[in-house]
Design a protein around this ligand. Structure first.
Ligand SMILES: *[C@@H]1O[C@H](CO)[C@@H](O)[C@H](O)[C@H]1NC(C)=O
Ligand SMILES: *[C@@H]1O[C@H](CO)[C@@H](O)[C@H](O)[C@H]1NC(C)=O
Ligand SMILES: *[C@@H]1O[C@H](CO)[C@@H](O)[C@H](O)[C@H]1NC(C)=O
Ligand SMILES: *[C@@H]1O[C@H](CO)[C@@H](O)[C@H](O)[C@H]1NC(C)=O
Length: 188
């Protein structure tokens, strides 16, 4: 009895290590559209990853943001050019639209209860597309020119519901309140 319990525990530990490794490694991730990014970072929460190619002379970044999500939920990633919190952040959001397509668009976060409708951002954004693959939503975009610093405040989020094609409030606990930090486009 004791022996079989130990065997089960070892298997459980090994498989959780394996899951950890396979979930947290962005560097060997292959995009189905053959896009290649020279840098990436496994974000510390919400099972999210950011990939990028940054050009320091144009101060533009080609990005792919991916996060585990159910088809009924939404994901968002963005930059806050002025501070580190949610208000003022300039984000890209993706979700399954009622027309059946996974869509992505830019939206400026004006408050803690933002409209989440398409809007322009404080910096240019182009080439936006979205994809659902391997239980993840992925947003592709080109952002910039950004500010003079290669380091930005980044913020990311996931939510479980979309109503009338508008992403609804995310949870206000745990990882959903820790999903922000800095990103240096020249590192990694
Ligand atoms: C990436 O590498 C990790 C650890 O070596 C492996 O577990 C995972 O399956 C790999 N992922 C892909 C998409 O190849
Ligand atoms: C950065 O952009 C400039 C201007 O478009 C271009 O000449 C240069 O090749 C780009 N650098 C990289 C690394 O892509
Ligand atoms: C963005 O889209 C334009 C027009 O489709 C294309 O010419 C350009 O190569 C794209 N840029 C990137 C970085 O994908
Ligand atoms: C970036 O640097 C240039 C030259 O030093 C300066 O003129 C410009 O105002 C700076 N832009 C920002 C957004 O800080």
């Amino acid at each position: 009895m004791a022996t079989s319990f130990r065997v089960v525990s070892v298997i459980a530990v090994l498989s959780s290590l394996f899951l950890l490794a396979s979930c947290q490694t962005c560097s060997n991730y292959t995009f189905s559209n053959n896009k290649v990014f020279s840098s990436c970072s496994d974000l510390p929460c919400l099972d999210a990853h950011i990939h990028w190619n940054y050009n320091s002379s144009t101060r533009r970044a080609e990005i792919a943001y991916r996060a585990t999500q159910e088809p009924t939920g939404w994901i968002a990633w963005g930059i806050n050019p002025t501070e580190s919190g949610m208000p003022g952040s300039q984000v890209l959001v993706a979700f399954l639209h009622s027309n059946g397509n996974l869509i992505a668009y830019p939206t400026a976060i004006t408050s803690y209860d933002p409209p989440m409708e398409p809007s322009s951002l404080s910096f240019p954004v182009s080439n936006i597309s979205a994809e659902y693959a391997k239980n993840e939503m992925i947003i592709f975009a080109v952002v910039g020119p950004l500010g003079n610093s290669s380091t930005v405040n980044q913020i990311w989020q996931t939510g479980t519901s979309v109503s009338n094609d508008i992403p609804q409030m995310h949870e206000l606990a745990g990882p959903h309140l820790q999903s922000l930090g800095t990103l240096d486009f020249l590192s990694g």
